[in-house]
Design a protein around this ligand. Structure first.
Ligand code: BGP
Length: 479
């Protein structure tokens, strides 16, 4: 058989969005308050804040976002015009169980997502549904202490059962969690990620910080494997994955100790994938925790859950590579640059290193480790777009995507990595997760909304819109 020359015929071409970054309508359709509704806007260098109460005069970007809630039909029509064959959306838990612990779900929330999903299907766009993309009812945090409490696993499974049963036969591809890998006691999981994933700030984590982080990571991983089993019990045709946000770590140089340290830094992002692919929570991790004096609450039945809940595919979000923070012989550069930059790479305006080869490296590394199919569930360039003669000529975005896609093609064609989809992050401009800005734009479609909340929310295709349309039409042969 001749070697494949391009992407497989049934490759998923599309994009990824998340409810709290696009829907808005935060008090409509019976939705309860979600954690992200209490998150202010920030900017590059100015962190977003989570406030206990809503502050007058402060902008909370999720409240209106880009109003996808009311405009999804128009937006999906534009995705269809580009030729999308898949769209990854997330379901906001607080639209289904407004406070997280109700007996009955909110039917209006279920109906809303059903219509979104049916609209996608009408356009032959495969819905890929994420069940947790930082969206969580506030009450689950305030009353139960979030994922530190094992009860959260049951609330999550109840929500998963409701949603997966409701969309049986409509949705086949499910994602249990987005980027839970940022919770780890050995990283300085930023305050922000702890909050987004677990709803708690460092200040609010009771007891030993590292033990709390390990517990949150364990409970979420356990919830993830239990969800896999449940989703397949509801429909054996369901295909279930989990999404991880990984930036490969390069060593500072070829000094063996620096190579070893870089490996260790990167390896931290993999213990949950190990747990979800190998049928058990890794013993090395439990022993490592013991070395640190961290005690995990592990029940006898947990082992069975890990044995029965292996995922079918791995989703990878890739934006950048990093350079190991530890580097013998490099103490001075660190002081000089205040962070570790790769001198071979350029950076985006938000300081993210642009490294197309990194995506091929990540695909190879992960595929060789597990042999499971992989979907690129996020990738893209956050940039400032400006109108010239009423148009946005975003050649910089086209270059970025072109280079990354051509490295993915090499991974598929030359390295034989089973990669079955490319979902560009933010195909329509939306709220940045880390900064809360609109100015950090990823889209093929411009949304007329500014950071101060002004703008008529009009949708305008950029040059990259037509470029991606052509790539999809031609199955990436020219890449
Ligand atoms: C990932 C998140 C997304 C998205 C993306 C880009 O970590 O899963 O929700 O936002 O990062 O980040 P940002 O929006 O901050 O540029």
């Amino acid at each position: 058989m001749a070697r494949a020359q391009t992407f497989p015929k049934d490759f998923f071409w599309g994009g990824s969005i998340a409810a709290h970054q696009c829907e808005g309508a935060w008090q409509e359709g019976g939705k309860g308050p979600g954690m992200m509704d209490y998150c202010t806007a920030g900017s590059y260098g100015v962190p977003r804040r989570f406030t206990k109460e809503l502050e007058k005069g402060t902008i909370y970007p999720s409240h209106e976002a880009i109003d996808f809630y009311h405009r999804y039909k128009q937006d999906i029509a534009l995705f269809a015009q580009m030729g999308f064959t898949a769209l990854r959306i997330s379901i906001d838990w607080s639209r289904i169980y407004p406070h997280g612990d109700e007996e009955q779900p909110n039917q209006e929330g279920l109906d809303y997502y059903k219509d979104v999903i049916q609209t996608l299907i009408e356009y032959n766009i495969e819905p890929i549904v994420t069940l947790f993309h930082f969206e969580m009812p506030v009450q689950l945090v305030r009353k139960y202490n979030s994922w530190l409490n094992r009860n959260l696993i049951d609330f999550y499974l109840k929500y998963v059962k409701t949603v997966v049963s409701e969309y049986k036969g409509l949705v086949k591809y499910w994602v249990t969690f987005n980027e839970m890998n940022h919770i780890d006691p050995q990283t300085e999981a930023s305050d922000f990620f702890v909050y987004m994933l677990a709803g708690l700030t460092y200040g609010e984590l009771p007891g030993d910080k590292r033990e709390s982080l390990a517990t949150i990571g364990y409970n979420m991983t356990l919830a993830g494997v239990k969800a896999v089993k449940l989703i397949k019990e509801i429909d054996e045709n369901n295909i279930v994955g989990c999404v991880f946000g990984i930036h490969p770590i390069y060593p500072r140089d070829c000094n063996p100790i620096n190579v070893m340290n870089a490996f260790k830094e990167m390896d931290r992002d993999y213990y949950q994938i190990d747990a979800m692919c190998n049928g058990k929570f890794p013993t090395y991790k439990i022993k490592e925790y013991e070395d640190f004096g961290i005690h995990l609450e592990i029940n006898k039945e947990d082992a069975k859950a890990f044995a029965e809940g292996q995922i079918d595919f791995i989703g990878l979000n890739y934006y950048q590579t990093g350079v190991s923070k530890t580097g013998e012989g490099h103490e001075d550069d660190e002081k000089l640059f205040g962070g570790v930059q790769n001198p071979y790479l350029k950076q985006s305006k938000w300081g993210w290193a642009i490294d197309p080869i990194g995506i091929r490296y990540l695909l190879n590394y992960t595929y060789r480790k597990y042999g499971l199919p992989i979907m690129i569930t996020e990738n893209g360039l956050g940039a400032v777009d400006e109108f010239i003669d009423g148009k946005i000529h975003d050649g910089y975005r086209i270059d970025y995507l072109q280079q990354h896609l051509s490295e993915i093609k090499k991974a598929i064609v030359e390295d034989h990595v089973e990669c079955f989809g490319y979902l560009m992050w933010g195909p329509i401009d939306l709220v940045s997760a880390t900064t809360g800005e609109m100015k950090k734009r990823y889209g093929f479609i411009y949304v007329n909304k500014n950071d101060d909340g002004t703008g008529d929310l009009a949708r305008i295709p950029k040059d990259s819109f037509y470029w991606y349309q052509h790539i999809i039409q031609t199955q990436g042969v020219e890449l």
